[in-house]
Ligand binder design. Structure first.
Ligand code: HEM
Length: 411
């Protein structure tokens, strides 16, 4: 039977408050168990009282992610936001490139940037990432136990790697490491203002860097974009600086959170850690399983640009839609025993990098970074331990990228 009702029509009790807070960084929030039982498509209530559709089923998500009637355009009327800080931040500036625009504009931007993230290019970067990881572990060992793994390892590693790929001088990393954190993970007082200012400062930095590189070209993706796109008039300075800022910010926080959370998850599952130590060929599987299990980019927002009849319901034009990658990655119809962490399972079908046209452009890079980060760290410091229990670690807010806000370790 078709339910033609609008998303705003569900009684509030049937549309729980969303997003929900994790208590443990790698477990589902408590309320997810109930959501999972309610079926693949249901309603939830956002902070402003608005009801939106929640996509919880794996199969349904895979049908909806690529559906062109679902828009990622954050400036589209009715686009839903997960928190006032994100709404305010978006209103203050233009739509972010790639992730916040639809085809055909999205396809144009993606064609422009994708050559920078191909498998061969990332394979060529691996020895450099290995040197970076070893250098960071050297520094940690020199300074001695205890250490704070997020700032001493998990964040500088992807930061140095994305700098190398883009051709951004790593000497400046302290400047944009801190600002990237504010853009994607800040959840304190005055956060919208802080996040906006941080992004504006990164944008200014990129403007200056592009101007310098026009005079003295280097060998990174920014230089290629100047040579191929800017010089030929396909983009202007502002668009190029926006694009490079997005790549720089996305290349930082995401993988940093995954490295830190991956360490916590592996160390809290000693039997899985033992399997990995016994058989190093399991590492790529472990990375996919960590992605599935932790689903750090849990909630991806869309707005329906047209009516969509699906799963016996009608998502009306203008309705907000929240796609939960964690619920899709923990759907018992798609995975056997989905709440257990098992590095031997074939987890490659997860949607933790998204799915469809917006699927993560940096996934080859992220995989290489995670593999190298875990291998190097656990080989060089085999007796590494987290000094607090996972459920006692400070966590990021539920509406930003999931992860731990600090990670005290010792050995
Ligand atoms: C483990 C780390 C990472 C995770 C979990 C992650 C997650 C995601 C997800 C879920 C999306 C889809 C967003 C949507 O559909 O709305 C996405 C898109 C994107 N990611 Fe990643 N990402 C990671 C690493 C990276 C890295 C290293 C980069 C490097 C620049 C990057 C750049 C991007 C960009 C530019 C997009 C937008 C693509 C588009 O709209 O076409 N990500 N990522």
């Amino acid at each position: 039977m078709t339910d033609t009702s609008d998303a705003s029509a569900a009684p509030v009790g049937e549309a729980p408050a969303y997003p929900m807070t994790r208590r443990c960084p790698y477990r589902m929030p408590v309320g997810y168990e109930e959501l999972r039982g309610r079926g693949p498509l249901q309603k939830v209530t956002l902070y402003d009282g608005r009801q939106v559709w929640l996509v919880a089923g794996n199969e349904l998500g895979r049908a909806l992610f690529p559906d062109p009637r679902l828009s990622s355009d954050v400036l589209h009327p009715g686009f839903p936001f997960l928190a006032p800080r994100i709404a305010a931040q978006t209103r203050q500036r233009a739509a972010p490139p790639l992730v916040g625009v639809d085809d055909p504009e999205h396809a144009r931007q993606r064609r422009m940037t994708i050559p920078g993230f191909g498998i061969r290019r990332i394979a060529a970067l691996r020895p450099r990432i290995e040197r970076i990881a070893n250098g960071l572990v050297d520094d940690m060992i020199d300074r001695g136990s205890p250490a704070e793994l997020l700032t001493q390892y998990a964040l500088p590693l992807p930061s140095a790697a994305i700098c190398a790929l883009l051709g951004v001088p790593f000497e400046d990393h302290a400047y944009f490491d801190e600002r990237s954190r504010h853009v994607l993970s800040s959840s304190g007082e005055g956060e919208a203002e802080t996040a906006y200012r941080a992004f504006s400062e990164i944008l200014c930095y990129l403007h200056e860097l592009i101007a310098k590189k026009e005079k003295h070209p280097g060998d990174g993706l920014v230089d290629e974009l100047i040579a191929r796109q800017l010089s030929e008039g396909a983009v202007d300075h502002q668009e190029l600086a926006m694009m490079c800022s997005l790549l720089l910010v996305s290349g930082h926080e995401t993988t940093a959170n995954m490295i830190a959370l991956g360490v916590v998850t592996l160390l809290e599952h000693p039997e899985q850690m033992a399997l990995l130590r016994e058989d190093a060929s399991l590492l790529p599987h472990a990375v996919e399983e960590l992605m599935r299990f932790t689903s750090i980019g849990d909630v991806l927002m869309r707005v329906a640009a047209e009516d969509i009849e699906i799963a016996g319901r009608t998502i009306r034009a203008g309705d907000g839609v929240a796609l939960s990658t964690m619920l899709m990655n923990r759907d018992p119809r798609a995975w056997e025993d989905p709440d257990s962490f098992d590095i031997r399972r074939a987890a490659g079908r997860h949607v933790a990098f998204g799915y469809g046209i917006h699927q993560c452009i940096g996934q080859n890079l992220a995989r290489a970074e995670m593999e190298i980060a875990f291998r190097t760290l656990f080989r060089r410091i085999p007796d590494l331990r987290v000094t607090r229990r996972a459920d006692e670690l400070p966590l990021n807010a539920p509406y930003v990228l999931q992860g731990v806000a600090e990670l005290p370790v010792a050995w």
